[in-house]
Ligand binder design. Structure first.
Ligand code: PLP
Length: 487
């Protein structure tokens, strides 16, 4: 497809700048351009066609099945967009004083109450803008808590699972902690013997997601909590997988002290492609004094932002947090009401349905009932037919299906991590299974079909390393021959 600059012809215009109603302000000579800007010159229909063609090449949850494990690509109800665009929410200035922002503060306070109920932990901050920022904030809270107890220097290590999402070790390092990994046992739980050998007076805490990235609920979670609390350490819950357990089990009841919730995964946002997101954190009362400011406070029937918290770690984000995300998540919760529990039940049911239909054709490393997602392995297909998880992922694109997450978690070779979510119909799930079964047959009969896939996309296999390391993000007007992308 030609770039818009390659379609450009001098003198063509898609629109005209309206004549100003006011006198034109003089521009000082020194600030005037000496040559016109190099903008593409195209007619309006060509402009519209260009961007429509680009948009048609996009893939998203609105165009097809998107079972990207760990990322929870669920439908974003359209009514939420309507609500978030109500002028009272949309046009509110972030510096509006509390008296003029009562509705917004009320919504934030109510959202907090729901999250307190769902996590089983009493203190909350809506500030972090993503799960990963919630993780970093949670670790900063641990730091503040131990520093206050005179154990700040002594407790310098955080333990994570070897199945942990990459943001966990990254957050640990960013927060200045040492990282130690605990192994996964044969059933997919944390290895308790390994854990006992590693937890000691230097341990600040554990970071764990439950269900894990294997899609398995840790059967030893109560013992895990005892081991850490017994050593005076804390437990951090990576709530990215909360979609599996809303109304079913609560991190606070499992023994966790600090939790983040990925609002964009559990309570829907149009979050494909990197945003927007929300990563509120909920904490036990012993950690509450350190939560970020400002906090939303209710005094009778009025609400205010409280900045006067002497032990707070301070701000972690501008203003009060990602407000549009709050409105959508609150609308989502209100629409579901008590059947939020059903949402999680169906997410788990859908995943188990896929698992049951696929387990004969693909290797299943941990043969238990799964939660909202599960991990298959293409190891056997690779050994027997030279077909990898990447080949399977690429072939799925020929059937208008977004590939699942691959090569994660790291403990499963040739991993395919599949998360259907609760918003898919049985027909959609069956179609996915039929395609996956066809691909397994193709692996045996004509492996080259998979190794060369995708066959039907505008671009075939990309050099992903080069694409990441040598990004061309602007047109260089002929300076670089590689900049002209005729793909
Ligand atoms: C298990 C897990 N933890 C943490 C995160 C980080 O969340 P975010 O993408 O909102 O930063 C993710 C995101 O995919 C995740 O899957």
């Amino acid at each position: 497809m030609e770039l818009i600059y390659e379609k450009s012809k001098p003198g063509r215009r898609a629109g005209r700048i309206p004549r100003p109603d006011l006198p034109v302000a003089p521009v000082p000579d020194a600030l005037r351009r000496t040559s016109p800007p190099r903008l593409p010159e195209v007619s309006e229909p060509e402009l519209v066609r260009h961007f429509t063609a680009l948009a048609d090449r996009n893939f998203g949850i609105d165009t097809g099945f998107y079972p990207l494990g760990s990322c929870t690509m669920k439908h974003n109800p359209r009514v939420n967009e309507r609500v978030v665009n109500l002028p009272g929410f949309r046009d509110l200035h972030p510096l509006q004083e509390d008296e003029g922002a009562q509705g917004a503060l009320d919504l934030m306070w109510r959202l907090e109450q729901y999250l307190i109920e769902m996590t089983g932990l009493p203190g909350i901050s809506l500030q972090p803008a993503a799960g990963s920022q919630g993780e970093l904030t949670g670790l900063m809270l641990m730091r503040a808590y131990f520093a206050d107890r005179g154990e700040g220097e002594q407790r310098d290590t955080i333990i994570t699972a070897d199945t942990a999402h990459g943001t966990n070790p990254a957050s640990v390092t960013m927060a200045g902690y040492k990282l130690e990994k605990v192994a996964t046992d044969g059933r997919g739980n944390l290895d308790l013997d390994d854990l006992r050998a590693k937890v000691n007076e230097h341990t600040a805490g554990l970071m764990l997601t439950n269900p894990s990235t294997l899609g398995l609920f840790d059967e030893g979670i109560e013992q895990v909590a005892e081991i850490f609390h017994g050593a005076g350490a804390l437990l951090y819950y990576d709530g990215a997988n909360l979609n599996a357990v809303v109304g079913k089990s609560r991190p606070g009841d499992m023994g966790f002290d600090i939790v983040h919730i990925n609002l964009h995964k559990t309570f829907s946002q149009p979050h494909g492609g990197g945003g927007p997101g929300g990563g509120p954190i909920a904490v036990r009362d012993t950690i509450e004094p350190y939560l970020p400011v400002p906090r939303v406070v209710r005094d009778g029937d009025t609400f205010r932002l409280d900045r006067d918290r002497p032990k707070s770690i301070g701000r972690v984000r501008g203003f009060a947090g990602p407000f549009g995300v709050f409105v959508r998540s609150y609308a989502f919760m209100r629409a579901y009401g008590p059947s939020l529990q059903e949402m999680s039940e169906v997410a788990v049911l859908n995943a188990n349905y896929l698992l049951a239909r696929l387990r004969a054709a693909y290797e299943l490393p941990y043969g238990r009932l799964c939660m909202h997602e599960f991990v298959l392995s293409a190891r056997q297909l690779k050994k027997e037919h030279g077909v990898s998880a990447l080949d399977i992922a690429k072939r799925l694109m020929d059937f208008d299906i977004h590939p699942p997450t691959i090569y994660f978690p790291l403990v499963v070779p040739e991993a395919l991590m599949i998360e259907p979510t609760e918003t898919e119909t049985k027909e959609r799930l069956d179609h996915f299974v039929d395609v996956m079964l066809q691909i397994a047959r193709e692996a045996a009969d004509s492996p080259e079909l998979l190794q060369d896939a995708p066959h039907s996309r505008p671009v075939r296999r990309l050099d992903e390393v080069r694409a990441a390391k040598q990004q061309i993000v602007r047109h260089s007007f002929g300076a670089s021959p590689t900049a002209s992308a005729k793909g």
